[in-house]
Design a protein around this ligand. Sequence first.
Ligand SMILES: [Zn+2]
Length: 380
Amino acid sequence: MQVVQKQLSGCSQLTAAKKKAEVFSEVEAAKYDFGVAVDRMVTSFASPAIRPAKGLPRGIDARRFRAGRIHMLYEAAMRTQGRPLCLAAAERLLKLEKDSTVLFLTGVLHPVFFPKGETDGPPGVVGLARALNLGLGLRPVILSEAATSDIMRQASASMGLSGRWDRKMGPRPRSADVMSFPVTDVATTQKEVKKLLDKLNPSAVVAIERKGRNTKGEYHSVLGTPRGAFEAKLDYVTEEANNRGILTIGIGDNGNEIGFGNIIDDVKKIQMFGELCQCPCKGGIATVVKTDLLIPASTSNWGAYGIEACVAFLLGRGSLMHDSEVEKRVLEGIANLGCGDGATIETTPTCDGTGKASLYLVDFLKSLVDQNLETKTREF
Ligand SMILES: [Zn+2]
């Protein structure tokens, strides 16, 4: 942004005060336009439609099944927030104190389908973690179940961050720490969450593709099946952070993830199993867990990449946005350890059945950052 500001000053014949106002508005416009472009890219509907094995439930409006639900979730979030979502999140992260901890929550776990988790989540975490670490000097800590700690370490290393700190010697530059949280009951979870936040004292908690409970306290897959027995209740971390006034951000792609409590009524209307799930709780998949900022994206990774692009743009450093070569390395690294595609459960280097779209997206975002950091003079 400083680059844009510098180029814009000196190109006007106005008085100093007027010039300042003019420059400010052009810089603001540049930010806003960039934010809109990024939001549109990361909410382009690229996932295949998912059909339950037993077919669509009786009486379900087919639009809930096919009609690009992500743009509806996005529009609902925009109605509550009013500023391009990835840009707004990046602006808040830029204000955090250097050397403070950013706690990331991610991971999907199912003993049969996803014993090593899903490829949506960890890549988004490490992409954003790298930009925050290199760009702002923040210290990322990634929290998941112990069963997927190796996935988080692999994703970090593939992204260029060392996977671990030596806790006695202190944090290493260009690193992300990985911690695990037990799969346990609500009372123990709440106790452990308080201890964890006391210890880490994070300046922000960012949940990327991490489930939040519904009105009945149950957790669900997008197709309304119960998942609470297999995963840690990390949504209590977000809620405790909310209580402590710590910045919270939620990124998801369906409405069952942490943050969608901000637009729970919309999720109930938009999602196939939003109101009524396929499990005995009958409470639907829509979560009650809120965050300061919510970012719906086509796949959760993409929402994180959108923030990453905005951080790179606002800091005037295109190198903070990773490219398709690195993206491929991350996806291959975690798939080779058994991480599965959320749409197919195959251990392929793809995310939510979108094929090569993630590779194209990060290169497009990187190009968008680079092009927008320059103002071209047209002399004809
Ligand atoms: Zn249920």
